[in-house]
Design a binder for this molecule. Sequence first.
Ligand code: LRH
Ligand code: MN
Ligand code: MN
Length: 386
Amino acid sequence: MTAPSAVKAALTSQSIETPSWAYGNSGTRFKVFTQEGVPRTPREKLDDAAQVHRYTGVAPTVALHIPWDRVDDYAALAAYAKERGLRLGAINSNVFQDDDYRLGSVCHPDATVRRKALDHLLECVDIMDATGSRDLKLWFADGTNYPGQDDIRARQDRLAEALAAVYERLGEHQRMLLEYKFFEPAFYTTDVPDWGTSYAHCLRLGPKAQVVVDTGHHAPGTNIEFIVAVLLREGKLGGFDFNSRFYADDDLMVGAADPFQLFRIMYEVVRGGGFTPDVAFMLDQCHNIEPKIPAIIRSVMNVQEATAKALLVDRDALAAAQAAGDVLGANAVLMDAFNTDVRPLLAEVRQEQGLDPDPIAAYRRSGWGERIRAERVGGEQAGWGA
Ligand code: LRH
Ligand code: MN
Ligand code: MN
């Protein structure tokens, strides 16, 4: 059994990155519900992210999405973040919301469109230089809808060419994280549909290219913790985009749909030595019907709870049961940890850090929600795609 003090120390060392887009308006393809008090600018998104960090103590970085968070001066935005006790995190590229990308971006059959997409990716690395960000997160909507529409293999070659150009451009301490998703918006082929394709490209590129696992991007029934175990074993897990899914890429709060799966994933992270800064724990969520800031606080807490349970697994007892072929005993060790109520432990950890043991209650008492609803009137609300 890991000593509680070691578990507590590990919990305080964890950081969970929140996405700028989770603070803005979002919705499904049927409707974007606007909410009062939602940020109008990247700076206001950082103001909200500072609240999440203030009450959780473990969310010091914020991921940006370009062009949703386009500003004239990224160094100034980084300074603004710093004044609020934050840092700018991963830069997420966006080559999926332009009419030119109807047939793809870096895999498009037309070289002019491919060049435009590549230029955007390179611009994102320029932004990383200005913000001090380490990670470039790449997700491509590229794919085809109909058999025969384009050459599957040629598209892989085009993808490899663009990725190599981005890799070349990375600074010494920068990385590229290649995200996969099994379908949507392309429905017949997707150019990076699974971890194997992402892994194959990253392996060719080199150590600064890593796979990122978005927990919502798998077919139902996929064993995500197995993927995590394999990628960690290969030294190729760069991070997570955490969220929950019931059906497809639902982007619901992490740990809401299946806390047991999140625990199993976190156990493989701990087991595989992935509980280090080299594995980025990022949220990628949208809060369409619930108030956003408390939902993000809840999500951060859900990751913490799964992590705490994973850290509590009695690994000696588990190894002994496994070696003895004690199937039920081994399973019971894992289930004991999962069934532990870690909320008192996390409350204690927060109190020891001078935080309120109940971050959501503390946020509600702070009056921030009322304040932004009163102050943020007029102007265009920022949102997914805005
Ligand atoms: C794609 C994705 C990717 C994008 C984000 C907004 O579905 O997960 O990470 O950048 O959503
Ligand atoms: Mn994602
Ligand atoms: Mn997604």
